[in-house]
Design a protein around this ligand. Structure first.
Ligand code: RM4
Ligand code: MN
Ligand code: MN
Length: 430
């Protein structure tokens, strides 16, 4: 595996941290042992964790109004992969990348695949983009894409999605994620049922182009850019469409795409129960689609989502939803933010594995509400940081990825290697 940051630097850093980590790990191991939990087993579980990086997340995102370019930000997909390589090298928790077309379009998928493989990276779901017009595009998406009144615009959007599948095939992806911004801003603008019928017609064409071993993930979002009536606004609509389309269609839950206070873990439980949980876009938010680092606002919710996933996995060992990050901000270094998010999602995963499920079931059956809640809280309150650090160390990563990254000077060197390109917009959302 090509080391993006010098492996000596990682080793030197780890050497300075190892004694402290060993002491913390032993202390935590003792505490867990008294609860009947084997820390070694949890560390092995932590080492199995993997979440995909969003290629658009390594660019500097925008606010909803402007884009503030960051220093040394990647200007193309090759540079994005390099940044993803650093994240994976140091965290060992992000072995795949989710690409977004046409932002990441490549004429040479073979070369991109090889570059990715050199960093130990593969590709997760590919994303289509029919929420903005591209230079030279024939038909506008101003009034929608898969739901557009214009048959030409719809056909163009379908063709784009099929092209994404083709590119994904060449890269080794196995899924297409479809998020559309289609909807109405004014009452009366859409015949609500008609718009969804057009959506389904378009999706049937896309579904028909899926290879046998592929899935399509339908991503819902409450609002934005359509505010009055977003066509795929909620998990219910997403679920109904996935049912209509067939087995290969599943629902994708982006944590930021719900109204505040929505019980997202219950959505997860429902989708798992009915076999339609396709994957996640992990992030956090205070209001809507804030795209903040995972666990930065509501880490308990993230834990509760993983608690449902652990329960679902016990019932159905074959359940394997795709874990992906989806975030993009401009007030942090995106590489640091993504490393941080990967660790926070991994933390929730490990904490959920700590839940004493047999005890929880007993308390639930006995209607012991207080102890049921405490059983979850006990797992959530356990600081599993030493387990995460040990898992990284044993997998060849850094005990403290952000510290190594900062000490490496990667960003400063990137700023020299990658002078800002006028009009570069392949990264970041705005
Ligand atoms: C959307 C949605 C999609 C992502 C775009 C960039 O809000 O979350 O997943 O592809 O943003
Ligand atoms: Mn998303
Ligand atoms: Mn979003």
């Amino acid at each position: 595996m090509t080391a993006v940051v010098k492996q000596d630097q990682v080793a030197e850093h780890n050497a300075t941290q190892q004694a402290g980590l060993d002491a913390d790990y032993a202390a935590l191991g003792g505490m867990l042992g008294r609860r009947g939990v084997d820390i070694e087993q949890l560390t092995a579980v932590a080492q199995t964790f993997a979440v995909a990086l969003p290629s658009w997340g390594v660019g500097t995102g925008g606010t909803r109004f402007a884009r503030f370019a960051g220093k040394g930000e990647p200007r193309n997909v090759v540079e994005k992969m390099e940044d993803c390589g650093v994240i994976h090298q140091l965290t060992r928790a992000t072995p795949t990348v989710s690409l977004h077309f046409p932002w990441d379009r490549t004429d040479d998928p073979k070369a991109l695949r090889e570059q990715a493989a050199s960093y130990g990276l593969g590709f997760d779901a590919v994303n289509s983009n029919t929420f903005q017009d591209q230079p030279g595009q024939q038909h506008t998406y101003k009034y929608g894409s898969l739901t557009a009144q214009s048959a030409e615009a719809r056909a163009q959007a379908v063709a784009h999605n099929i092209e994404c599948i083709e590119l994904g095939k060449a890269l080794g992806s196995k899924a297409l994620t479809v998020w559309v911004g289609d909807g109405a801003n004014f009452p009366g603008q859409h015949n609500l049922r008609g718009a969804l019928e057009r959506y389904l017609d378009s999706m049937r064409d896309i579904y028909g182009a899926l290879p046998a071993d592929w899935q399509v993930f339908i991503e819902h979002k409450l609002f934005e850019p359509a505010f009055y009536a977003t066509t795929i606004a909620d998990w219910g609509t997403s679920f109904a469409c996935a049912q209509q389309l067939g087995e290969k269609a599943k629902c994708l839950v982006d944590l930021g795409h719900h109204a505040p206070n929505t019980n997202i873990e219950m959505i997860v439980a429902r989708l798992a129960q009915f076999g339609k949980l396709g994957g996640f876009h992990f992030n956090d938010s205070k209001y809507g689609d804030d795209d903040l680092d995972s666990g930065s606002i509501n880490p308990f919710q993230l834990f509760l989502v993983f608690n449902e996933l652990a329960d679902a996995a016990q019932r159905d060992a074959a359940l394997q939803p795709a874990y992906m990050l989806d975030q993009s901000h401009n007030v942090t270094d995106p590489i640091e933010s993504l490393m941080n998010s990967a660790a926070e999602v991994q933390r929730a995963f490990v904490q959920a594995a700590l839940v004493d499920r047999a005890a929880l079931r007993r308390y639930q059956e006995a209607n012991d509400v207080l102890q049921s809640a405490q059983t979850l809280k006990q797992a959530y309150r356990t600081d599993v940081s030493p387990i995460l650090a040990m898992a990284r160390l044993r997998s060849g990563g850094a005990i403290d990825p952000v510290a190594v990254y900062r000490a490496s000077g990667y960003r400063e060197q990137a700023a020299v290697r990658r002078p800002a390109k006028a009009g570069a917009s392949s990264s970041g959302i705005v």
